[in-house]
Ligand binder design. Sequence first.
Ligand SMILES: [Ca+2]
Ligand SMILES: [Ca+2]
Length: 425
Amino acid sequence: MRELYRCMMKVLFCFSVAIIVGFASTVSAQLINNGDGTLTQSRVDGKILMWLQSGGPVILGWDSAMNWVSNLNAAGYTDWRMPTLDELQVLYNEERTLDNYFQNMSDYYYFTSTKYPGHNEWAYCIILAGNRAGVVSYSTLPDVSHAVLPVRDVAANQRPTITSFIATPSNGTAPLNVTFTVAASDPDGTIASVKWDFDGNGTVDETTSGLTTSFTYATSGTFTPIVTVIDNGGSTASATTGLTIQNPAQYTQAQVDQIVNQAVADAVRAKDIIIEQRDLTITNLNLDLNTCASQNTALSGQVSTLTANNTALSGQVSTLTAQNTALSGQVSTLTAQNTALSDQINGLTAELDNAKAKLLAAEQEIANLTHSLQSAFSDPQFFIPGSNAEKQMNNLVSAIVNLNYGQRQALYFNLGGTAGKGKTK
Ligand SMILES: [Ca+2]
Ligand SMILES: [Ca+2]
């Protein structure tokens, strides 16, 4: 009964002091949902906080709450802590409808780590949701239990730095193409983009991802180009450089007249030279023409002579051709005659061979007959009567009689000459 009374008194005490605390901060903030259960709050005073989106599902006394949040391991972080009164007030004042960002919001008090000045046993607390949102109070410790909204500090994004910004060339005559190169780095990230204001009028003329670009200045003037590098956290750094562009060279009327007069004189001189060369060329060509004409005449005479010779030779050729034709006819005739005579020679040769064969046969027959006669006349009983032998003898005598003179002489000598033993009938 006594505890219940103490609690009721604490609640009434909170209500009683809520009116006199009110709102304290005008610092604006922006909440970004990181998609990993956390919310990042970038305050314009440079402070960056990360809130646990699920909030504090616990209702604890202040000491237990401080202990719980310091041991909390959530969303990959272990450096969670209890927020200060200022941090919860700024969060509520800027966003108001925290239910849109946090889950399971309690519509009662949330503890802060801020102690009431001069009273170490009192800690501030604030209502963040519901129709009493924004009410600030303080509670005695450690009796009262409230919700907790864990928070952690996030290191601020460090700005990039520029070490040089060079224009090459930095002066010249329009139109002038100038190459710009910036050397920049980011201590805790990368250079994401570069913005170039070539005429320095405050309007960005080009945005690149690289650290170099070029621009052509069409008109004269003195310029102060501005380069701005942006890191991956959105922080920027800028630098300027100087640039002087002159107009093209200007001439006085006297200088223009001098240039024009010189150009005309040069042109006239060039024309005279061309004419001289032309006349010289014509003279040389005329000389060449005369030489060619005389050579042509001489060659014409040679052509006439050769033509006459050719005509005469043509006549000779015609005559010789006719003679050749006639001789060809004679050759043909003689060839035919020669062929016929060859045939006759072949025929006569055959007849001669035949006659020689007959002569050989006759000589053989004479030899045989001679031998027979020699045998007959050498036999003492040569004469044998009888019809048949007589007939053979008669034939033999007849054959001998039919011999010519030479044959008979040969036979005679073969039979022994005038003293031969044989007898004739
Ligand atoms: Ca940075
Ligand atoms: Ca500009």
